[in-house]
Design a protein around this ligand. Structure first.
Ligand code: TRP
Length: 353
């Protein structure tokens, strides 16, 4: 592929891309059924790029050894969930300097007011998160993550919708100003039904960074703990097992978990529980989750027992990613009028007369 200023290079297969921040010691079952299952499926038809968004994680101060550990765990969990590093590029965002470089370009294309209107920034700062300029420019780095790979499809949760919209706006703005250069990605907002709620408070979304431990099934929880959390899940005072997220959020959440892990549609699950109580529901869901997590944990443990090998997998992913990102960045820079750096050593300079 040329790194000269041609158009957008032809791609054999469309590209999918997504990332997750390494902000907790483990991903949770909501990340699994809500996102990773989708990533895994997209590998079949897309040229897939999946990365650990470690630069984004720097927007929250974290001890270096904690960040290091969480980054490896997140990568290992992608793979344990079925992301296949032979087929998909699995890598760390910080290993590709082009992300931050294109992030700067995106920041220069973004109006201050436009960035100030991003709801996630407003929410996070309203909730008391210490703000810094990195948090403010988070969406521009995310736009760069996506645009640097000419991604066609970006599977993310509803909470990232606005970030995808600004990404599309920035790509179109760039193309308008400098000519067709960047692929405008399609958002792929993951299904609402795969959004899991906290077990201890089924009106709040299960979140790795804010939910209490009792509300979350961590993919690294041991089976006994998982069963205990599910059996203690908050339900309601009725008896009937019915999908009704408005009035029965706890029961509905358990049904969604079961449906997501087994593929059985919700109405069929409802009828299978006819005449049974919440004890039966919880027992069955606990068993299904424990069974689903067991092979996952075996792979994860194996990967984490050999960090050298995991780092090599990430190096291969970074190499594949770099082949694409370097080309895009060169195209962008050229279009904007940044001079190409001439390679060559000092001895090749014309000697003084
Ligand atoms: N902001 C995303 C999240 O918190 C993570 C992310 C960073 C991402 N860069 C991305 C997701 C690019 C998709 C594409 O979930």
């Amino acid at each position: 592929m040329s790194t000269k200023a041609g158009g957008i290079p032809a791609r054999i297969r469309p590209r999918s891309l997504s990332g997750m921040q390494p902000t907790s010691d483990s991903l949770h079952i909501g990340n699994y059924v809500g996102a990773l299952v989708n990533w895994v499926e997209l590998q079949n038809t897309y040229d897939a790029f999946y990365f650990v968004a470690d630069l984004h994680a720097l927007t929250v101060p974290t001890a270096p050894e904690v960040l290091r550990r969480r980054t490896r765990v997140t990568a290992a969990q992608f793979i344990a969930a079925g992301v296949d590093p032979e087929r998909s590029a699995v890598f760390c965002q910080s290993h590709l300097p082009q992300h931050a470089e294109l992030g700067w370009v995106m920041a220069c294309l973004t109006a201050f007011g436009e960035a100030s209107r991003m709801t996630q920034f407003k929410d996070k700062t309203a909730k008391g998160q210490q703000s810094n300029v990195g948090l403010f420019s988070y969406p521009m780095l995310m736009a760069a993550d996506i645009l640097i790979y000419d991604a066609d499809r970006v599977p993310v949760g509803e909470d990232q919708r606005q970030h995808l919209e600004i990404t599309r706006d920035l790509a179109m703005r760039f193309n308008q100003r400098y000519g067709e250069t960047l692929v405008v990605p399609e958002p792929h907002i993951l299904k609402q039904t795969a959004k899991l709620m906290e077990l201890s408070d089924p009106t709040s979304k299960m979140s790795g960074s804010v939910s209490p431990d009792a509300g979350v099934v961590w993919l690294s929880d041991d089976p006994k703990r998982i069963a205990k959390k599910i059996k203690s899940a908050v339900t309601d005072a009725e008896m009937e097992i019915r999908y009704d997220p408005e009035t029965k959020p706890g029961v509905s959440n358990l049904l969604v978990i079961q449906s997501a892990l087994t593929g059985v549609p919700l109405p069929d699950l409802e009828s299978s529980y006819a005449g049974q109580g919440y004890g039966a529901l919880k027992g069955q869901v606990a068993e299904i989750v424990v069974d689903a997590v067991a092979p996952f944990q075996a792979t994860m443990t194996e990967l984490l027992s050999d960090p050298g090998e995991l780092d090599r997998i990430l190096a291969v992913g970074a190499q594949r990613a770099g082949e694409v990102s370097a080309g895009t960045l060169a195209r962008v820079k050229d279009r904007m009028g940044l001079l190409p750096p001439l390679r060559g050593d000092r001895s090749s300079r014309k000697p003084p007369a």
